[in-house]
Design a protein around this ligand. Structure first.
Ligand SMILES: [Zn+2]
Length: 302
């Protein structure tokens, strides 16, 4: 058994596209991928102590059920841990992707040693997880920390259609950080394939792209001020592909807004830092969480 603070060594990997047809097809693909990766690593299910499975939420990490997610077809009340576990013949522990990322950043990444920190990912979507006094905040039904759906703007008239000024979020609400700052939303609002195209256009001086980028920055800035005032963390660890590629459009506006507008005491206590684990954070988190739970540790995040 590797110590909990050791960086897991990736010995094999298999990546596949998420099927768009049904939840069953997604489960089948995950199981097939897990079998392939065990074959590549020359291990059998009997050799595997546990498997970690990361999924978008909201989900319940204790029952292993995803209650709903707008980004994967058919994932409504889907018992992923049981289904994937049956398929692989291995005990599977499910958790939200951002919780697993926060666990990994806490054990081996940018939040090592921090007792009060918030993890945020700005990527295809926006998500998060909250650790306070050394415990991951789970909430009353295990869905806490969905920071991407923190509203940072509101409709003056809720009965009218949400226009471009306040886009409706795919969760059904409006004014969510995700609706302004997520890569998928930025690309869609600009009519581009990738969020990177929007940032490139903004850098070239395209007026519409600049307006969208500025709006995304303001949404993230508001989120940062809200988090600082409400939760008083010592660190806000920000990961995700947009943060990685566009730090000046993510980290800088968050830092500036905290300095300008948050309460003085929590503003002085917090640092906004980039995540340390990059694109493999979910995989590291899944392995670390499975390892901790299988060995009866991990009380702090359960
Ligand atoms: Zn939302």
């Amino acid at each position: 058994m590797v110590e909990s603070d050791a960086v897991p060594k990736i010995v094999a990997r298999d990546e596949r596209r998420t099927p768009q047809t049904s939840g069953d097809a997604v489960i089948d693909e995950v199981v097939a991928s897990g079998r392939d990766v065990m074959r590549k690593a020359r291990v059998t299910p009997a050799d595997v102590g546990a498997a970690g499975c990361s999924a978008p939420g909201p989900l319940d990490h204790m029952t292993g059920v995803v209650s709903q997610t707008q980004n994967i077809v058919g994932f409504t009340n889907m018992p992923i841990a049981a289904r994937v576990g049956d398929g692989l013949g291995v005990k599977v522990f499910l958790d939200r992707d951002t919780c697993m990322a926060a666990i990994a950043e806490s054990l081996i990444g940018a939040a090592k040693g921090a007792k009060d920190f918030v993890y945020i990912t700005v990527s295809t979507g926006v998500g998060g997880a909250i650790v306070t006094r050394g415990r991951l905040v789970r909430g009353a039904s295990n869905t806490a920390g969905e920071l991407g759906h923190w509203p940072v703007n509101f409709q003056l008239d809720a009965s009218r259609d949400a226009g471009d000024d306040i886009p409706r979020c795919k969760c059904g609400s409006f004014g969510c950080v995700e609706a302004f700052a997520a890569g998928a939303n930025l690309a869609e609002q600009f009519g581009a394939q990738r969020a990177g195209d929007v940032y490139d256009a903004a850098a070239r001086g395209d007026t519409r792209a600049r307006a969208l980028v500025t709006r995304a920055e303001r949404a993230l800035a508001n989120l940062a001020v809200g988090i600082t005032n409400a939760l008083n963390p010592s660190l806000i660890v920000v990961g995700g592909s947009i943060t990685e590629h566009q730090p000046a459009h993510v980290l800088d506006p968050m830092r500036a807004a905290i300095a300008q507008r948050a309460f003085r005491a929590p503003a002085a206590a917090v640092r906004v830092v980039p995540a340390a684990l990059g694109a493999d954070v979910g995989m590291h988190g899944a392995v670390l969480e499975a390892r901790e739970r299988a060995s009866g540790r991990g009380d702090w995040f359960l």
